[in-house]
Ligand binder design. Structure first.
Ligand code: S6P
Ligand code: ZN
Length: 188
């Protein structure tokens, strides 16, 4: 017998908060080794700013079901590098995802397992399709929080390992007020 779930609706507040959702906070201190400029990282650690918050509504890990979550990614930089989310492959790497940008300005860095990188700009109204097998990280290149809604399979899971070790092949940096993608010296 199939056990039917009850449908529901939630409100995404102007700020991106979903009340009653599971809240995950990522401070700078949770992101050791992620930013290229280690000296700038150590300096900013004194403040230990919140880099992003995630408000997620998740189901049991079952094929066919869906999770969704908002992310509030704050503006800021570590050295020249803009604040970003950790970034991950899905544990089930063939699971896709869709992002809908609600507020702010930035973009998504996507990368294949071989290291091919794409940059997709994000601003309110844009929808980004994350194909199966692509790692994904969002970057706030603006002055306001970047807020987006992600919808992803309930059995997708997260695989942070290789991104934590090597990062993405490109860094997103501020070069005299311009947003630039430059080679990541740590990428091998
Ligand atoms: C989940 C989806 C997002 C991110 C969130 C935080 O598949 O991609 O909800 O989890 O933006 O990023 P990260 O890389 O720390 O999970
Ligand atoms: Zn994802």
């Amino acid at each position: 017998m199939i056990r039917l779930k009850e449908p529901f609706g939630v409100v995404i507040e102007e700020s991106g908060v979903i009340r009653g959702a599971k809240k995950t906070v990522r401070r700078l201190s949770d992101m050791e080794g992620y930013f290229a400029d280690e000296k700038a990282y150590e300096e900013l650690l004194a403040e230990d700013p919140v880099v992003y918050e995630v408000y997620s509504i998740e189901q049991e890990e079952r094929e066919g079901d869906l999770n969704f979550a908002t992310t509030v990614l704050y503006p800021g930089r570590v050295g020249r590098e803009f604040f970003f989310t950790k970034g991950h492959f899905h544990a089930r790497a063939d699971r896709a995802e869709v992002y809908h940008t609600l507020r702010g300005k930035g973009g998504m860095l996507l990368q294949t397992p071989e290291g091919k990188v794409e940059w997709v700009p994000m601003w309110p109204g844009t929808v980004v399709y994350v194909p199966p097998y692509w790692a994904h990280r969002t970057v706030n290149t603006g002055e306001e929080p970047l807020v987006f809604l992600a919808v992803y399979p309930a059995d997708a899971g997260h695989d942070y390992g290789s991104i934590r070790e090597k990062g993405f092949a490109k860094l997103v940096v501020d070069e005299d007020g311009e947003v630039r993608l430059v080679d990541n010296p740590r990428w091998k």
